[in-house]
Design a protein around this ligand. Structure first.
Ligand SMILES: [Zn+2]
Length: 263
């Protein structure tokens, strides 16, 4: 027997199949990541087509039976129009959606993760047009998203005190493949395998990392960083998430190309 369900979802992927149909991957607060078959949505004449585009947040009525969900109706809630103004911002938004789609569990409630992605897309849609400052701001927002997503997915690094001696004062380094956190003395004594990637943290970068892990969701982007610290913060967060995902996502490669081309 088929039942109708109403869900809210961000379209993270729309894969074509058949002549006019698409299979959507949605991130929903109610059921985590789900796949939905849609009929005829490749055609822009289809009344559901707009709400089914990638990076649209929409309300979906779907029927569920034994097989996959099948779309019956979709209505657009938010399309983050401002993303169209900046190539960096839209590339970062596609990457954020793809990364969250990778880590979001299937068929289980994921309110915090969905809300994190929506807040990130909203912030990215308000950064403005091209320019050096816009690119830096996109990088900062993307980095805060990356670390927070890792933490929400159960990979929160321990950054309170040196994990070997318990020292909470002084200089620290952070290792992104295993998420290790050591004081200078302990790091100097340690034999370092070649796969390890250590970053020496400035106090400002350490504060920013701790802030992103602990702040209320609504205040996630309410911090500032000087330019050099910002670069280090971005490298750490990007690599930390990439190692949790165990691969570099195609959308991250694309974002990097856009950033390099803009320099
Ligand atoms: Zn130590």
């Amino acid at each position: 027997m088929k039942t109708l369900l109403t869900l809210h979802g961000l379209v993270v992927r729309a894969a074509d199949y058949g002549e006019n149909d698409r299979m959507l991957t949605l991130l929903t607060p109610e059921r985590g990541r789900i796949s939905v078959c849609t009929k005829g949505t490749k055609s822009l004449k289809n009344p559901n087509s707009v709400a089914c585009q990638p990076l649209c947040y929409s309300e979906f009525t779907v029927s569920s039976g034994n097989g996959p969900f099948v779309l019956s109706e979709a209505s657009l809630i938010e399309q983050f129009y401002g993303l169209r103004l900046s190539l960096e911002a839209s590339a970062a938004a596609f990457y954020a959606a793809e990364a969250a789609g990778e880590l979001c569990p299937e068929n289980s409630g994921s309110r915090e993760t969905v809300s994190l992605v929506l807040n990130t897309l909203y912030r990215l849609s308000t950064v403005g047009r091209e320019g050096e400052e816009v690119a830096r701001e996109v990088g900062r927002v993307k980095a805060a998203f990356e670390l927070r997503l890792a933490a929400l997915s159960g990979f929160s690094p321990y950054l309170s005190s040196c994990e070997e001696c318990g020292n909470a004062e002084g200089s620290f380094s952070f290792e992104v493949t295993e998420g290790q956190f050591l004081c200078e003395d302990c790091l100097a004594k340690r034999e370092r395998p070649s796969h390890e990637r250590w970053y020496s943290l400035t106090p400002t970068v350490l504060d920013a990392l701790r802030y992103v892990l602990a702040c209320p969701a609504k205040r996630l982007f309410s911090f500032t960083l000087p330019e050099e610290d910002g670069k280090l913060f971005c490298r750490i967060c990007e690599n930390y998430l990439a190692f949790r995902l165990e691969r570099t996502l195609p959308s991250l490669d694309f974002y990097r190309k856009i950033v390099t081309a803009g320099k």
